[in-house]
Design a protein around this ligand. Structure first.
Ligand code: XMP
Length: 323
């Protein structure tokens, strides 16, 4: 019968058989899947695994610390954190177009991750041969099946390494659905904040700032987002809503009145949605008191925000994210 204990036992045995005495690398995104995949592999092969986390500066408040501290504390994994915040900000400077932002973030991410891989290879030798990925069963069905190898090309001339390194993939979640992955993660002792995390896009807050992404705007949005999340959690609504993007309309200003005088600040959009699979979604009918609390707190506590608005659009026609 299916139990998380059986799944873990089976996967640990399979990972040991696949990897043997060699070494593996796993990229952590802050999300559930990569964290659970890494924790399983860590359980199977211990210090033969090195995890890599690219800090692109587009995460929400506390998320990088969750990976750096809580994930490491729970698993004992070797973690390499690459601080790439400046690099991403530089690459995004002056860019407002959503698709261009997405392309830049994706491109920079791959470059930074590959560079980190090369450095690990250089340090640990060419027996690093496995790349761990948190691929789920639905991902495989959607993409038509098949396992693969990842071809990592060297862009940089790091001394003595082959130009073209082939990694074999380790995908211990291939047979699991999302809710099963959460159960396995819980059983492995991962923190609740990681295991129960709602979906969050890879490009992070970069696609929740309508307009150019700057350090100040990211900091502002992080504060507003943290308040919304705190109040939704306090109201016990985390399981009820699928996710709630908080969006900064950085290119929009409106007149307000705060304290002693008139302000000319930015609006924050709340986008709470309910959904089964993110393909379609409806806007969540949040209790007015919760909305009021979030609005009051954001306008009081976040400088430069003088208005909070609620997105009441279903998907379609609106997407869940604004960009
Ligand atoms: P949309 O905005 O298309 O989002 O309705 C559907 C779901 O996908 C998430 N999303 C992403 N997830 N990388 C991801 O890993 C991305 O680039 C990305 N863009 C959107 C979004 O948060 C929602 O859950």
């Amino acid at each position: 019968s299916w139990t998380t204990g059986n799944v873990i036992e089976e996967q640990v045995a399979a990972i040991r058989a696949q990897v043997g005495g060699k070494r593996a690398i796993c990229g952590l995104s802050g999300g559930v899947d990569s964290a659970v995949a890494a924790a399983l592999v860590q359980k199977a092969i211990g210090s033969q695994l090195t995890c890599v986390y690219v800090d692109h500066g587009l995460m929400r408040k506390g998320e990088t610390e969750q990976v750096e501290k809580d994930f490491v504390a729970a698993t004992g994994a070797n973690l390499v954190v690459v601080d790439a915040q400046e690099r991403f900000l530089d690459a995004l400077a002056g860019v407002s177009d959503p698709e261009t932002k997405r392309k830049i973030i994706g491109r920079e991410f791959i470059r930074v991750f590959e560079q980190a891989q090369l450095e690990i290879l250089q340090e640990e030798g060419p027996e690093v041969a496995f790349l761990v990925q948190g691929t789920l069963y639905p991902d495989i069905v959607e993409s038509g099946g098949g396992t693969g190898t990842a071809n990592i090309k060297s862009h940089h001339n790091v001394g003595g390494l082959p130009d073209d390194i082939e990694f074999e993939l380790v995908e211990p979640l291939r047979q699991l659905f999302k809710d099963e992955v959460r159960m396995v993660g819980q059983e492995l002792g991962l923190p609740e904040e990681i295991v129960q995390r709602q979906p969050f896009p890879g490009p992070g807050l970069g696609i929740r700032i309508v307009g150019e992404v700057t350090k100040d705007r990211l900091d502002l949005l992080r504060e507003a987002d943290a308040i919304a999340r705190e109040e939704l959690t306090a109201a016990g609504l985390d399981r009820e809503i699928w996710q709630c993007p908080v969006v900064l309309l950085a290119d929009v200003r409106s007149v307000g009145v705060q304290g002693d005088g008139r302000t000319y600040g930015h609006p924050i959009v709340l986008r709470p949605v309910s959904s089964e699979d993110a393909m379609t979604a409806d806007w969540s009918r949040l209790p007015y008191e919760v909305l009021a609390k979030i609005s009051t707190r954001i306008t009081n506590e976040v400088a430069d925000v003088n208005r909070v608005v609620l997105d009441v659009t279903s998907k379609p026609p609106g997407t869940i994210e604004w960009e």
